[in-house]
Design a binder for this molecule. Structure first.
Ligand SMILES: *[C@@H]1O[C@H](CO)[C@@H](O)[C@H](O)[C@H]1NC(C)=O
Ligand SMILES: *[C@@H]1O[C@H](CO)[C@@H](O)[C@H](O)[C@H]1NC(C)=O
Ligand SMILES: *[C@@H]1O[C@H](CO)[C@@H](O)[C@H](O)[C@H]1NC(C)=O
Ligand SMILES: *[C@@H]1O[C@H](CO)[C@@H](O)[C@H](O)[C@H]1NC(C)=O
Length: 348
């Protein structure tokens, strides 16, 4: 789909959908305007939608008309504006319920497959606002796979990618749907390492949410992660990134300490996050951060360095949590410190 094709479509939409555009325009503004100068006459249905019985928030009838319009039009401009209007209305909790009850979620959700990136983005934003309602999440979860694919294959740092990441973050505020992201964890780390600051922060919000759930620990620790991940543990890294990375580490480690995590029946391959976090290079990076100027960073770093379970690797083979340890023949970063290790195992 070339740019010229897009522009042609847009132009056609402007002419053919002029009446409807006018109505959406008014809906978006959420206000009645006085008759300043000549303007396009809205079609009767548009007039219905804009006939002055509302202020900023649409009523059930208006939302229904808007959803019908969204379902029936092919005009990309109308689709986009309808999505923005619905998204804005979905900021209100009563409307989140009404839109679901009107069957609006599949209508909006179907637009995330639209070839126009701006429509995709607006659909993701609208779903994001709708996802604040937990019952809506049950209906939105069917799009998680598609959103993951879009987020991970879409243009890096794009508005669509950020919108998708925000939606995934809000869909993982509870533990209910987090398991659906399991197979995408390595790709999320790839986006984390390649994206710019805004993307990094958003991916980290998502990963931090996942890391609070012990059921996700295996997927996180087993993910293949490039060793450049450790370059996030450096003094020059922005605080909003560094603190989140440290929180991620802390959460994962806490999960390791919880019983649920210790029964994991699997092993972590070389090149996994497990190896990076419990390796010597990570420990060195952390020691270099102990005199960081920020008190929050310092606190987390000291917490990590004084954490006995940090050295769990040494204690694993003789320990109840041996499943946590790679059983294949691999070089372990701390394998020489064996005396410490039996003590650590006892302390747990
Ligand atoms: C979503 O809700 C927020 C407030 O929670 C609002 O600022 C935003 O405009 C709404 N609309 C979209 C499309 O995200
Ligand atoms: C997403 O989740 C955050 C944190 O729970 C919440 O503050 C926000 O309102 C939610 N919705 C949007 C559209 O960001
Ligand atoms: C990341 O890239 C996007 C798109 O190019 C840009 O809008 C945004 O400002 C960038 N963020 C940072 C922190 O550089
Ligand atoms: C997920 O992250 C948001 C903010 O990013 C936070 O408000 C929320 O408590 C987190 N939820 C879980 C379960 O981690």
């Amino acid at each position: 789909m070339g740019r010229a094709g897009h522009v042609g479509w847009v132009a056609a939409g402007l002419v053919l959908g002029a009446g409807a555009c006018y109505c959406i325009y008014k809906l978006t503004r959420g206000q009645r305007q006085g008759g300043r100068g000549p303007r396009l006459r809205p079609s009767p249905s548009a007039e219905d939608l804009t006939d002055g019985s509302y202020d900023d928030i649409l009523n059930v009838d208006q939302l229904q008309k808007l959803l019908y319009l969204l379902e029936s039009t092919d005009d990309p401009i109308i689709i986009e504006r309808a999505l923005v209007t619905l998204g804005n209305n979905a900021a209100f909790s009563a409307n989140q319920i009404i839109i679901r009850e009107l069957g609006g979620i599949p209508i909006i959700g179907s637009k995330i497959n639209n070839p126009y990136l701006s429509i995709k983005e607006k659909a993701l934003n609208a779903l994001n606002n709708l996802s604040v309602n937990v019952e809506n999440q049950v209906k939105i979860k069917v799009y998680i796979n598609q959103v993951c694919k879009d987020v991970l294959s879409g243009p890096l740092d794009s508005a669509v990618q950020l919108a998708g990441l925000r939606l995934l973050t809000n869909m993982t505020v509870t533990n209910d749907h987090q398991h659906m992201l399991n197979s995408y964890i390595p790709d999320l780390f790839r986006v984390l390492l390649t994206g710019n600051g805004s993307t990094k922060v958003q991916v980290l919000k998502l990963l931090v949410n996942l890391s609070e759930n012990p059921a996700m620990a295996e997927g996180l620790l087993g993910a293949q992660v490039d060793s450049s991940f450790l370059s996030l543990f450096e003094r020059h890294v922005a605080k909003e990134i560094l603190l989140r990375v440290l929180t991620l580490l802390q959460n994962i480690n806490n999960c390791c300490k919880k019983e649920g995590c210790l029964t994991i029946q699997s092993t972590f391959p070389e090149g996994s996050l497990f190896f990076l976090l419990y390796g010597e290079e990570c420990a060195q990076k952390m020691r270099a951060l102990v005199d960081h100027h920020d008190a929050d960073v310092k606190e987390k770093v000291n917490g990590w360095l004084s954490e006995p379970s940090r050295r769990r690797q040494e204690s694993l083979p003789s320990d109840s949590c041996k499943h946590f340890s790679p059983t294949r023949e691999v070089k372990m970063p701390h394998s020489h410190e064996t005396t410490e290790s039996s003590k650590t195992a006892d302390q747990r």
